[in-house]
Design a protein around this ligand. Structure first.
Ligand code: PEP
Ligand code: MG
Length: 671
């Protein structure tokens, strides 16, 4: 390797560091900009101590929870990776030579990793390859070696401690410079130090993975080339190719921002199928695996990763066989999805011809088009709180009205159910500056928050009322626990209608006002709600959470949060009965509706009105077309009589899984 001028010399900026030379195209970076973007851009990996180099470990398969279906292959970008731990040990003089040899071996190992990675990414990510080459130069820099030597022989520090101290001192010198560009380079020094520290404990690298590892995803990403979103961009390396984000958690805002990015999938340590991040991923059709233990320790930025959002598996650093299998599975999944999608305009009915309605849950206005294209019979749940993403103050009435109107017009003449904002719990509290609560899921959330801020709530309601002039609008209240809340909202809705009319603005004469049944108290008192509400919608995500006392975002308790639990089935049956008694429509908009086996159970219990992420509609339509209501009713009666969730699930699976093999596995039955 040719050495450039010192990357770490004290004479900055006279003695320009090699890093800066490389950035300007003068040295080993072969003319490519070190920083993909303008001068002064932060080179993000170092900014968080994240690395853009894959670990040298072999193939590993991690298991998590299937968050959003689809298979995706791409380069991992780890957000918020923990810093490398290192020992701090004073050494004896007899150990100096050994420690310096250990340092030299770690440098060589880190350089081998970087060279290997540079080779792998060269054909796809030329800019990233240039960055890696600049890091290689930094690793071999004499100034670093001298600083480490001093730390070891004079300060009597072990090699790792010496590296950490030397890099910290060098990074500090960069950080103190006036030139913003040079100042940013301190992050790169930190990054190189991290790599070096990790190299002390890394075993020798395995054979390199195949070089023809073409990234592939079930989404068509050809057109997606823009930089990462503002919320994430500052913290991420800017890979231009298909990227799989690895994070402890992703906020719904971050997930939503991925829609225009080269992100083809994500893996998180926390989360379950009903956590909001999974809901967003399904809405955006981004494959996701959530609830993967220790994911930040087990995947490094730059690793090739294949994720399967149907099985809930993540193959890290796949070899040729795993890669071929993932590609084949992605193709089969795409083929099946295409087949289902082509049949999406067939009638939504059971095998014995009973009509059902399949509506869409949407979070973003753009999904209205997707819902229409998937043949949705309307929108059964518009999670309007997503308008409050990434804001510190609520959107204006006018902004909300324009969005509601666009959604309503896109679906006209089909109905659109606007749910008043469900803010709080794990969603968007910043907008309302809600003080931190010990248990936000049981705190100032949804209708409680709305009623505590009638000014803001009235604006929200007025926007909905005005949208009712453009189509079939219904309004639904989340998290209702007592009848008093329904009555208060009704009074505010009437006031909003009067205010809109007083301004001379158009609105529908009647706007049906319904409630979500998602708090056990409301399910228990459902006869009273059925008498006063225009419709009932079962929110099983929260109903399960509150009835079973299981945090819906808890990975480790996810096994307890079963929609097949007989206690949940009894509550659902009770709600359906109340709907019949009072001639009120009862629908379901929880994630249970988009699970094929659970959907059949709901059919048997009497549900005819389902609402789910738009992408799941073709699959559930096909599911319902394969089974008769009579079959579903007899299995539901059996499940209702079961004593445990396992028994009920087994009973439903034994009856229907053979008929749904392809839908449940994403594979054709080849037997
Ligand atoms: C539910 O709780 O089932 C529901 C549909 O609402 P959300 O997931 O938005 O809480
Ligand atoms: Mg809910």
């Amino acid at each position: 390797m040719t050495r450039g001028p010192s990357a770490f010399s004290a004479g900055i900026p006279d003695d320009l560091p090699v890093l800066v030379d490389a950035a300007r195209g003068d040295s080993a970076a072969r003319g490519d900009s070190l920083v993909p973007g303008a001068r002064g851009d932060s080179m993000a990996p170092g900014a968080r101590g994240d690395s853009i180099v894959p670990s040298a470990r072999g193939t590993e398969t991690l298991r998590g929870i299937a968050g959003s279906p689809g298979v995706a292959i791409g380069t991992a970008v780890v957000i918020g990776a923990p810093k490398a731990e290192h020992p701090r040990r004073r050494i004896r003089s007899a150990e100096i030579d050994t420690e310096l040899e250990r340092f030299q071996s770690a440098v060589e190992r880190a350089q081998d990793e970087l060279r290997d990675m540079a080779k792998r990414v060269e054909s796809h990510h030329r800019a990233e390859a240039s960055i890696l080459e600049a890091y290689l130069l930094m690793l071999g820099d004499e100034a670093l070696a001298d600083a480490v030597k001093r730390q070891v022989s004079e300060e009597r520090r072990c090699a790792e401690w010496a590296v950490a101290a030397a890099c910290e001192a060098i990074a500090g010198r960069f950080a103190a410079l006036d030139d913003p560009y040079l100042r940013e380079r301190s992050h790169d020094v930190t990054f190189v130090g991290e790599r070096l520290l990790r190299a002390f404990s890394v075993p020798p690298p395995p054979d390199p993975p195949p070089s023809d590892a073409e990234p592939l995803s079930t989404r068509n990403l050809a057109a997606l080339q823009s930089p990462l979103p503002a919320t994430l961009g500052a913290a991420l390396p800017r890979f231009s190719g298909p990227t799989i984000l690895i994070a402890q958690d992703l906020s719904p805002a971050d997930t939503a921002a991925m829609v225009d990015e080269p992100v083809v999938g994500f893996v998180t340590e926390v989360g379950t199928r009903t956590s909001h991040t999974s809901i967003m991923a399904r809405a955006l059709e981004i494959p996701a695996v959530v609830g993967v233990s220790d994911v930040l320790q087990r995947i490094s930025t730059g690793d090739l990763v294949a994720i399967d959002g149907l099985r809930g598996t993540v193959v890290v650093r796949p070899g040729p066989a795993e890669l071929a299998e993932a590609r084949a599975r992605a193709e089969r999944h795409v083929a099946l999805a295409k087949e289902l999608s082509e049949a999406r305009h067939r009638a939504a009915q059971t095998k014995d011809g009973v009509k059902v309605s399949l509506r869409a849950n949407v979070e973003l206005p753009a999904e209205a088009i997707l819902a229409r294209d998937q043949g949705a019979d309307g929108i059964g749940l518009y999670r309007t709180e997503f308008l409050y993403i990434d804001r510190t103050s609520p959107p204006s009435e006018e902004q909300q009205f324009e969005i509601f109107r666009a959604v309503v017009e896109a679906l006209r003449p089909k109905p659109v159910t606007l749910r008043t904002f469900d803010i709080g719990g794990d969603k968007f509290v910043s907008t309302f500056q809600v003080p931190p609560e010990m248990n936000p899921m049981l705190g100032l959330r949804a209708v409680r928050l709305a009623l505590s801020r009638p000014d803001v709530f009235l604006e929200h309601l007025r926007a909905m009322v005005r949208a009712s002039a453009y189509g079939d609008v219904r309004i639904m209240i989340p998290m209702v626990a007592g009848l008093g809340e329904l009555r208060q909202v009704r009074a505010l809705l009437h006031r909003a209608q009067e205010q809109v009319r007083a301004r001379g603005q158009a609105c529908a004469d009647e706007i049906p006002l319904g409630v979500m049944i998602e708090v056990p108290a409301a399910a228990i008192m459902v006869d009273h709600f059925a008498r006063e509400a225009a419709f009932l919608s079962l929110g099983t995500n929260d109903l399960i959470q509150y009835a079973l006392a299981v945090d819906r975002t808890s990975r480790s308790l996810a096994y307890l949060a079963s929609p097949f639990d007989p206690s949940i089935l009894r509550l659902i049956a009770k709600v359906i009965q109340a709907g019949r008694d009072f001639s009120r429509p009862v629908s379901i908009c929880g994630a249970m509706a988009s699970d094929p086996l659970a959907a059949l159970l709901l059919l048997g219990l009497g549900i005819r009105d389902f609402s789910m992420e738009a992408a799941a509609i073709p699959e559930i339509k096909e599911t319902l077309r394969r089974i008769t209501v009579t079959e579903a009713e007899s299995v539901a009666a059996e499940a209702l009589a079961c004593a445990t969730a396992e028994e009920a699930e087994c009973c439903v699976a034994a009856a229907f899984a053979p008929d749904l093999y392809d839908l449940l596995t994403g594979e054709r039955d080849t037997k």
